[in-house]
Each structure stands twice: as structure tokens, then as C-alpha cells.
Design a protein around this ligand. Structure first.
Ligand SMILES: CC(C)(COP(=O)(O)OP(=O)(O)OC[C@H]1O[C@@H](n2cnc3c(N)ncnc32)[C@H](O)[C@@H]1OP(=O)(O)O)[C@@H](O)C(=O)NCCC(=O)NCCS
Length: 181
């Protein structure tokens, strides 16, 4: 775990009123999606209009952060992320990694499809907390994944992921990976 990842984990433990739950398990959070605003229209629209279709078709799982201190009067989604299974062609990985691996055409991975924090909650550590939760959830799974992969939506997002130890596949792409161990 990198320093940035452990800092984010500590933040989660310190602020124990933040909970992260599967969207599929919370009817209240599901009903409260309409007010979500992270400042990015595609990420807002996905969460408000499309995510439940992906979840019901097993194309993605969605996990949502909220503050239990505000329950039961106010259950507001503060951030969300999605996870799906993926694979990474072996040729996309650096030789330093592949020389230690069997000659399979690809390695199993988990895709962090989307990650967003509501504007009111940004800059307070929640993005890092969600990212570390996604990594820990993947590592806890009984299904093997060699890496987590993400397609950052812009250069600021690339820097956010790099801050947490993700590495660009190449300088020409906004795709990054994190080797899971
Ligand atoms: C990107 C986003 C998820 C970050 O969430 P956040 O809660 O504001 O970020 P955090 O407060 O958790 O920041 C965690 C760390 O990352 C760093 N960080 C955050 N954004 C950064 C950026 N653009 N560049 C570099 N570092 C960044 C912070 O400085 C902080 O570092 P620290 O722990 O050393 O203080 C959030 O701003 C967001 O939802 N933006 C709109 C949607 C988006 O761009 N999503 C990215 C998906 S591709």
C-alpha cells in the first residue's frame, strides 16, 4: 500500500460516519441519485440515468458513499464508483512485469469504470477513500485480479490516479493500471 493509499484509509477510519454500500442494496440511496452533481455531466448522467441498467445486467457493480450521521432524514449520495471485470493484453504491460509471468495472452483485471465525488464533498479526501475502498474490495474478492485498470477522463484525473500509485500504460494514453498484490 502506498503512503497516499494508507492516508486515505486512515481518513476513512477517522471519519466513521461515512459508509460505502452497494447501490443494489440500498433503496434509499437509489431513490436519492437524482440530486447528484460532481461537476462532470457525463458522470452525473451515468449515475442518475444509466447505472441501474448496468447493475441489473451484471455489466458493472456500483458502490456509493453517504454520511450515516444524516440518516434517516437525509440520505445523500456523496460519491460513487463502479467496478467490472476486465483483462489486460500482456503486450500492454511493461517487460519488467511480464518477464515474471507465464506467456498468457492477457491477465485478469478489474476496471474502475467511473469514480466521482459530489461537488459539496470534493477536496476532503473522499475521492481517495473511495479509490482505496475499490482496491480493498477487489483484493478481498475470491476471484483473482492481477491489476486494477482505469481510463482517466482528463489530465487532472490522471494526476489524481498517479497520486495513488497508478501507472500510465504509455505516455500516449489516459489508461492507467495499478498492480494488485
Ligand atoms: C477526481 C475526484 C474523484 C477527486 O475526489 P476528491 O474527493 O476531490 O479528492 P480527494 O480530496 O480525495 O483527494 C485525494 C488526494 O488526491 C489529490 N488530488 C485530487 N485531485 C487531484 C488532481 N486533479 N491532481 C492531483 N492530485 C489530486 C489531493 O491533493 C489529495 O491528496 P492528499 O491526500 O495528499 O491531500 C473528484 O474531484 C471528482 O469527482 N471530480 C469530477 C469527476 C472526475 O474527474 N472523476 C475522475 C474519474 S475519471
Amino acid at each position: 500500500m502506498t503512503d497516499a493509499q494508507s492516508d486515505a484509509k486512515e481518513a476513512l477510519l477517522a471519519d466513521s460516519s461515512i459508509q460505502i454500500v452497494a447501490l443494489a442494496r440500498s433503496a434509499k440511496l437509489d431513490a436519492a441519485r437524482a440530486g447528484f452533481d460532481c461537476g462532470s455531466e457525463p458522470l452525473n448522467r451515468y449515475f442518475k440515468e444509466l447505472v441501474t441498467q448496468d447493475v441489473s445486467r451484471n455489466l458493472a457493480s456500483c458502490f456509493v458513499a453517504y454520511d450515516i450521521a444524516n440518516e434517516p432524514s437525509n440520505v445523500t449520495p456523496l460519491g460513487y464508483y463502479t467496478l467490472s471485470s476486465a483483462s489486460v493484453p500482456m503486450l500492454d504491460l511493461p517487460i519488467a512485469l511480464t518477464k515474471k509471468l507465464p506467456r498468457y495472452p492477457s491477465v485478469p483485471a478489474v476496471r474502475l469504470g467511473r469514480l466521482a465525488v459530489s461537488m459539496q464533498a470534493q477536496g476532503k479526501g473522499l475521492g481517495g477513500v473511495l479509490l482505496v475502498d475499490a482496491i480493498a474490495r477487489t483484493q478481498r474478492s475470491d476471484i483473482a485480479a492481477y491489476a486494477m485498470v482505469v481510463d482517466a477522463k482528463d489530465e487532472a484525473a490522471v494526476r489524481f490516479y498517479e497520486h495513488f500509485g497508478f501507472v500510465r500504460f504509455s505516455s500516449l494514453t489516459s489508461m492507467l493500471y495499478l498492480r494488485l498484490s
